[in-house]
Design a protein around this ligand. Sequence first.
Ligand code: HEC
Ligand code: CU
Length: 319
Amino acid sequence: MKSLASLALVLFLAGCEGRHNWLAGAGEEARSVETLFWVLLAGAAVIWTLVIGAATYAHRAEAKPEREQEARRFIIWGGVALPVLVVGGLLIWGLLILRDITADDGALTVRVDGERWWWRVIYDTPEGPVTTANEIRLPLGERALFRLTADDVIHSFWVPALGGKMDMIPGRETTLALTPRELGNWGGLCAEFCGGAHALMRFDAIVMEPEAFDAWLAHEAQPAQVAEGDAGFAVFDEEGCGACHTIRGTEAQGPVGPDLTHLASRDKLGAGIYDMTADNMARWITDTHEMKPDIDMPAYPGLQGERLDALVTFLMSLE
Ligand code: HEC
Ligand SMILES: [Cu+2]
């Protein structure tokens, strides 16, 4: 029994390690949820002890009719008034936290659309929207407001170490603020079952120094640099990839899949699941559904040899 309990504890704590640790306290909002959690846990322990104590006492004590009145008072205060006060207080506190983490006053606004099974990410800047995908970068110490929606089914946006989570609902907008307090690459994921590749719907949430972030965003806003007559772009064009994907600065303006303008500047490929390497890129194109089952991109098993090499070289140059 004891070893079972310690095994359960080890498993529980193992789940807290690493970049998805919601107790890492890497964001302001995660810290307020964490405080709520510890207060709830400690409060529950105190109440449990009191209830068990009272039950034990009641079991052992002799029934005395003259103490009837006292017992009734105990039930009314301890069993009705106290729970109403405690639960009401927690409700108000929880609603205040919710108001804080959804309030519409971010210095930075990022729109994220949940798609099956990837993330469309749009930074609203004074110069206009900047579209990217599957990776979110945030400046350290600045409050970013996320405006969330979904394309066709419900998803849930969650960066455990920074804060959250929040449902993404088709046809509606929900908001969530994140104020990062620690540099790092904190993982994000979809926390609402959304179909086949749900478990492979992830993203990187990279917290950077503010100057580095500004430089990154300015670079993302630029169109791609594609040389006239690039052999890889020719393959991209001939295969019809541009029907679904956009590469800003070229004729490829497809709205269906992730924006590829600065694909190779992302850390990961395929919505946070593979390292961004030429090998993975080639397999993504030829063995698409082995790499990620169920996705809405067709596989191109016939694309081999020089044409595949040229296409991969081109895609890996989109920094
Ligand atoms: C029918 C639409 C469609 C076509 C055609 C298509 N794709 Fe895709 N592509 C998608 C979708 C949808 C995804 C996102 C899949 C996911 O992760 O769930 C995607 C993902 C990708 C990614 C990963 C992007 C990232 O952010 O990691 C790459 C790279 C890519 N496609 C390249 C190509 C290339 C190259 C071609 C042509 C040979 C092509 N695609 C053709 C729909 C398409
Ligand atoms: Cu999901």
